[in-house]
Design a binder for this molecule. Structure first.
Ligand code: B3K
Ligand code: ZN
Length: 872
């Protein structure tokens, strides 16, 4: 397998100004004629034209109408080279392939009753010979022809120019997209779909038709996506001054899809799980996910489509920025603190692990074998953190000036992360040379902070030291530019929940500051500090770093109760839980929770000054994955057991408060999805789950009652989860069966049902899992189903996956090899838990063996890259 390097980037030797496609779909055979207007790149004359193609049968190649012969072009594997340099002219090719056999879900493929495409990153080459790279931008026109009865709906990017009937029951449609775009944004859909239509008028008065295409059975699940889209359109106008630019915005829901959704120009294609929503079948988290993904794909129309990436190393240019934009949107639509907690949980428990593992890579990687492997939490979520830091360093107004400059300067171009940062520099007059190390250096920086207080001089000093572990691409790290949003807390005083922030300068209301670390070690001195304060560091998680400060429990409790930053109050709650788990690890078996922590939690729960959704998160003990990262010296199953102890003790000690929250469930309250109602349900269900964890008998009745009477999926699913936690096999089995009988006709609900069972931690976890793969509703060809069982087992079922015999590892390895034969992208994702073997001590050796067993087989490029790097 060949490694591609960023340093080898060269402009293309030719441009393609126009692309005219004629796609003729017949059962098991699609023929594509492509007419390409080719123009030599003036900067690089005399070079040959080399097009990319994969799995194509080539029928003809012509140049300006003249058929090319044997020696005029060479097809060698995945490339087609025209053997003499070309001037400007038309190149035409005709190819065929079989979408029905395309199980990779990349290129043009069939999903149930429809044909659809997925071209990002390099799928377009499975449709026709092309310069399949994002810096080649072209105007596309697409004619689609198919059987009218089988495929009444024919869609592609842009505007519909003509459509009509043909002989023998066939019909056609011709679409033209006036905006130049790279091939990865091309899309086509042909199938038997129902349409839910709506409309939006942009701020300047342009009418936009909104069309959501789904299978007819799903027409009742489109409203939330449409409302979310309209909110996103209005929000982008208000916050970024960006308007939609075509007459139509189409979304198509597809069942078999490798990721969440795809931002093809004017024709988004969505995984059904990220677009369909209905209270009966969708949880609150599901609703929020639909809102976020719909907005994300919409925001790409500017950050990604109008301004795109020069090459795939710049992927975060569009993904990091767009994730930042969708996070701002979700924060505005719902609760900003809750959104931040969710994002930070994801970073800390999954992105940090990626940064610490063998596949760690920079936000702008230096090299890859298969670009599909780089659609990662690092490129997406850490990339968004970089944009967030820039936005905060600039302040809202200057950041807006910078994005205005970015969009107007680079409109219609394919650019780099450097260009993005240059726009930030230009608008602010700042120098971000050092800041850009966030793009080039992999790994999570660690910031160790210590303090000292001089009561005679009233001087308080904070000392910061930063470091970053070696990662595969970079061994020596230079200091990062790290913004530290912070404040200082004074004496706790009364127990009333109110801010105790200390003034940081002569102005009494100046209680918050942003320090900028740029050196390996830095000291910051605060004067006129009349008492020893507690520092509240990295408020709002102002930088994606691991912070180490040796807080005492009393100091954390002060932060938990009194910090003016709600996010840091939650963060303190997590730190207190880490202390509790550490204690449980050290003091078996007679372990008790700290009375001070419990008292603080009781106060907070009783005073109810914090929004319920945040309270729900404060009650959650950090994930095993995060704890294992923090406490790497312990075995994962010991950490699991200690965490269980803490969760149970917490539930038993807070039983009366939790029970009153759990009792808030009321089947007669009409379902709403606003932030308030979602928060109430989150708290009520978090309480129920904690009680179930601790086997509190009264909660078993509550759960059963809630399971039977719930009028929405959030409450019903939480109740089912709670029932599964009780040691009552008969009740669990009955509830699972009832749930399946109620919902077996709803694919997305059945996926939840699969996931729930894959996560159940018991001695028979593997047997259950194996049986579920034989279930008539399970299909290996459907990524949602595979993820529901396989990813959930590998990532969430700690005792099942890490069972002593190593059978969990063997099972996953077998699955990965099997899936790789059909869907390499999916296989390369599923293998992730095994790649983390090095963290697992003696267990790790068994994991490594399974990885080596995978590596010994013939593998796709995707899976080869991941296993090879993980074994190095
Ligand atoms: N841009 C797509 C991801 C494509 C993944 C290709 N393997 C979805 C998104 O980030 O919006
Ligand atoms: Zn994206």
């Amino acid at each position: 397998a060949q490694t591609i390097y960023l340093k080898d980037y060269r402009e293309p030797s030719y441009w393609i100004d126009q692309t005219e496609l004629d796609v003729n779909i017949r059962p098991n055979l699609t023929r594509v004629k492509a007419r390409l207007r080719i123009r030599p790149n003036k900067n690089l004359t005399g070079e040959l034209l080399v097009l990319a193609g994969e799995g194509l049968t080539t029928h003809s190649v012509t140049w300006n109408g003249q058929s090319l012969e044997q020696n005029d072009y060479i097809i060698d594997g995945d490339s087609l080279t025209i053997t003499s340099p070309l001037s400007e002219g038309w190149l035409e090719t005709e190819v065929s392939f079989n979408p029905e056999e395309n199980t990779s879900l990349e290129g043009l493929y069939r999903s149930r009753t429809m044909y659809c495409t997925q071209c990002e990153a390099q799928g377009f080459r499975k449709i026709t010979w092309y310069l399949d790279r994002p810096d080649v931008m072209s105007v596309f026109s697409t004619r689609i022809e198919a059987d009218k009865a089988q495929c009444p709906v024919l869609l592609s990017n842009g505007n519909l120019l003509e459509a009509g009937e043909l002989d023998a029951g066939r019909h056609f449609a011709r679409w033209v997209d006036p905006f130049k775009k790279p091939s990865y944004l091309f899309a086509l859909v042909a199938g038997d779909l129902a349409c839910k239509a709506d409309a939006f008028t942009t701020v300047s008065g342009r009418p936009v038709a909104i069309e959501v295409y789904v299978e007819p059975k799903d027409l009742d699940k489109c409203d939330h996506a449409i409302d979310s889209l309209k909110r996103a359109m209005a929000w982008d106008e208000a916050r970024y001054g960006l308007e939609y630019d075509l007459d139509r915005y189409m979304i198509v829901a597809v069942d078999d899809f490798n990721m969440g959704a795809m931002e093809n120009k004017g024709l988004n294609i969505f995984n059904t799980s990220c677009v369909l929503a209905n209270p009966k079948t969708t949880t609150d988290l599901g609703f929020q996910r639909v809102e976020a993904v719909v907005a994300h794909e919409y925001f790409h129309n500017w950050s990604g489509n109008r301004v795109t990436c020069r090459d795939w190393f710049q992927l975060s240019l569009k993904e990091g920025f767009t994730v930042y934009r969708d996070a701002q949107f979700s924060a505005d639509m719902n609760s900003a603190t809750v959104k931040r907690i969710e994002d930070v949980n994801l970073l800390r428990s999954a992105q940090f692990a990626e940064d610490a593992g063998p596949l760690a890579h920079a936000v702008r990687p230096e090299s890859f074998i298969e670009i599909s492997n780089f659609y990662t939490l690092t490129v997406y979520e850490k990339g968004a953190e970089i944009v967030r830091m820039l936005a905060n360093l600039l302040g809202a107004e200057t950041f807006r000036a910078a994005t205005d400059y970015y969009f107007s300067t680079y409109d219609g171009q394919a650019v780099t992360c450097d260009d993005f940062v240059a726009a930030m520099e230009k608008a602010s007059g700042r120098d971000f040379t050092q800041f850009k190390r966030w793009y080039s250096q992999a790994g999570t920086p660690e910031v160790t902070v210590s303090d000292s207080y001089d009561p005679d001089a009233n001087i308080y000093t904070l000392s910061f030291t930063q470091s970053c572990r070696a990662t595969p691409e970079t061994v020596e790290k230079l200091p990062f530019h790290i913004p530290v949003a912070m404040g200082l807390l004074g004496e706790a005083g009364s127990l009333k929940l109110q801010s105790k922030d200390i003034a940081l300068s002569d102005e009494a209301d100046n209680t918050h500051t942003v320090l900028e670390l740029t050196e390996a070690t830095q000291h910051v001195v605060f004067t006129n500090v009349l008492e020893k304060p507690v520092p509240s560091l990295f408020r709002g998680f102002s930088a994606p770093v691991n912070v180490r400060f040796n807080y005492s429990e009393a100091q954390l409790i002060r932060l938990l109760k009194l910090d003016s930053d709600e996010f840091n109050r939650w963060s303190a709650s997590q730190e207190l839980a880490v202390i509790a788990v550490t204690t449980a690890l050290q003091e078996p078996p007679a372990f008790t929770l700290s009375p001070q922590w419990l008292e603080a939690l009781r106060d907070i729960l009783e005073q109810q000054m914090i929004e319920p959704a945040v309270l729900a998160y404060m009650l959650q003990v950090p994930s095993v994955s995060y704890l294992h990262d923090r406490l790497p010296q312990y075995d994962v199953l010991d950490i699991y057991a200690a965490r269980e102890k803490v969760v149970k003790a917490l539930a038993l000690n807070l039983e009366s408060q939790l029970t009153s929250f759990a009792r808030c469930f009321d089947a007669n309250v009409a379902y709403k999805v606003d932030a308030e109602a979602v928060g109430q349900r989150a708290l009520c269900n978090a309480a129920l789950l904690l009680l179930a964890h601790a086997q509190v008998r009264s909660a078993s009745e509550l759960a059963l009652e809630q399971f039977k009477s719930a009028n929405n999926m959030t409450d019903q699913l939480a109740a089912l989860k709670a029932l599964l936690l009780f040691d009552e096999p008969a009740i669990s089995a009955e509830a699972l069966e009832a749930f399946y009988q109620q919902w077996h006709h709803e694919a997305l609900v059945v996926n939840q049902w699969f996931s729930l069972q894959a996560a159940v931690e018991s001695d028979s976890a593997l047997t259950r899992l194996e049986a579920l793969t034989q279930h008539p509703d399970f299909q290996w060809s459907n990524p949602n189903k595979v993820r529901a069982l396989v990813s959930v087992f590998g990532n969430q079922n700690v005792t099942g996956f890490h069972c002593a015999s190593g059978a969990g590892y063997t099972w996953l390895a077998d699955v990965v090899v099997k899936v790789d034969k059909n869907n390499p992208q999916l296989a390369a994702r599923l293998v992730t838990p095994l790649t983390r073997w090095a963290k697992y001590g003696r267990r790790g050796e068994r994991m490594r063996q399974e990885l080596a067993r995978i590596a010994a087989q013939p593998l796709s490029k995707d899976l080869f890259e991941v296993t090879d790097k993980a074994l190095k």
